[in-house]
Design a protein around this ligand. Structure first.
Ligand code: GDP
Ligand code: MN
Length: 380
């Protein structure tokens, strides 16, 4: 789960990581009032779940009170990488003497948490990683040690990022706090870009990005409350509420599959035969005809879908229940695209019998289904 910068900075404060004050607002008037209370100059920052806001015009330093309203208005009117800006963070502007990159994340390969640092911060780290990979520093930390790590342990690392010993010490202390936040809140990423040295030589987190592990959210009701429904794909959220896993993709073949592994295999097979999936959709293990109806609605919302491939491997899921769901959908609304069905496993004979006489295209194997879907859906 993604959270906004202002919320991530709230967590930083909770853990003692220095970061400027700020106030999140939804209107230009609120921005004007917040700036007046804070004193100029301020920075107005778009709160959207994407990086590179600065480049997109979503981060503006404002030096005069009369400019706050119009600038806020402008940023609130932006759409950054498809996401409309609905909130701003108003924060006192800092003097920047130096910008550094610092993050902690999971390295799946190493099965460890790893700190990433780069003395050239502020810019997109992916660009540096590609153009000057030698500038990226790594430090692996054993998971069991993260929550209790002390700042002193990180001095060697931060000494490579900051030339002043005092600043390196501040940054090392910040690393220990990031590690504790990372573990205690079950984060998959804590990123500060830029971590700055301000005009007084103080090391401060000027930006904040925190990703939370969805699978651990049940342990953190206070974090669930931070979810911004406005900023997430409405269909994907809706699917979650209905017990489906749905991820939108760019292709033309709508997929309805039971089980995440089979859904992945189905997408791979479609690709193998030259097609392009429009979505990942796992209807889950239980058989409930209603889920199929919801799944259809979700898939059909996407105007790019030219054909639907239903691939069910009956186990706990019963093929006849899936067939009933398909029939209920066809009764409830018109499905304007061809539907290819492959049903095998528990109650497959009953399922096939139920679908007899409909216009559905049946496929005996996944290869057959994927080939037909690719032919109708067209190649990518
Ligand atoms: P991002 O582009 O979404 O990563 O947003 P950031 O918060 O990282 O801001 C982008 C850039 O704007 C930073 O690297 C800084 O150069 C600049 N910036 C952000 N906040 C301030 C500030 O308080 N003062 C000054 N002078 N520049 C700032
Ligand atoms: Mn940034």
């Amino acid at each position: 789960m993604k959270i906004h910068e202002y919320q991530a900075k709230g967590l930083f404060r909770e853990y003692g990581i220095p970061t400027p004050d700020g106030q999140a607002v939804r209107t230009a008037d609120e921005a004007v009032a917040a700036a007046e209370a804070m004193g100029l100059p301020v920075v107005l920052k778009a709160q959207v779940h994407v990086g590179g806001r600065g480049k997109a015009g979503g981060v503006k330093v404002v030096t005069k009170q009369e400019d706050v309203g119009p600038t806020a208005e402008k940023i609130l009117g932006l759409t950054i990488k498809d996401l409309p800006v609905r909130q701003l963070l108003v924060t006192p502007a800092a003097d920047i003497a130096k910008e550094v990159y610092l993050s902690i994340l999971i390295d799946r390969g190493a099965r460890k948490a790893v700190f990433i640092g780069c003395a050239d911060g502020g810019v997109e780290i992916e660009v540096t990683a590609k153009e000057a990979p030698e500038k990226i520093l790594r430090l692996e930390v054993p998971a069991a040690h993260l929550a209790t790590a002390k700042g002193l342990e990180f001095h060697n690392f931060t000494a490579k990022l900051f030339s002043h010993a005092d600043q390196a010490a501040q940054a090392a202390d910040i690393m220990a706090k990031m590690a504790r936040l990372f573990v205690e809140k079950d984060c998959s990423l804590v990123e500060i870009n830029p971590l700055i040295v301000d005009g007084k030589g103080k090391v401060v987190a000027l930006d904040a990005k925190v990703l939370l592990d969805d699978n651990a959210l049940f342990r953190h009701p206070e974090l669930v409350a931070l979810r911004d429904m406005d900023s997430e794909d409405a269909d994907e959220l809706n699917a979650k509420e209905e017990g489906l896993s749905f991820i939108r993709l760019d292709g033309s073949i709508g997929c309805m599959v039971n089980g995440a592994g089979l859904a992945m295999a189905t997408m791979d097979t479609i690709k193998h035969f030259g097609g392009d999936p429009a979505n990942f959709l796992d209807v889950g293990g239980s058989s409930n005809p209603k889920k199929v109806v919801t799944a259809f609605k979700m898939i059909l919302k996407d105007p790019n879908v030219k054909v639907i491939l239903i691939n069910i491997f009956g186990g706990i899921t019963r093929c006849d229940d899936i067939a009933r769901g398909i029939l209920a959908s066809l009764e409830e609304f018109e499905v304007p695209v061809p539907i290819i069905v492959r049903l095998i496993g528990t109650n497959e004979a009953e399922g096939r019998a139920l679908l007899e006489g409909t216009e559905l295209i049946s496929a005996a194997t996944l290869e057959q289904g994927a080939t037909k879907a690719a032919r109708i859906g067209g190649t990518a």
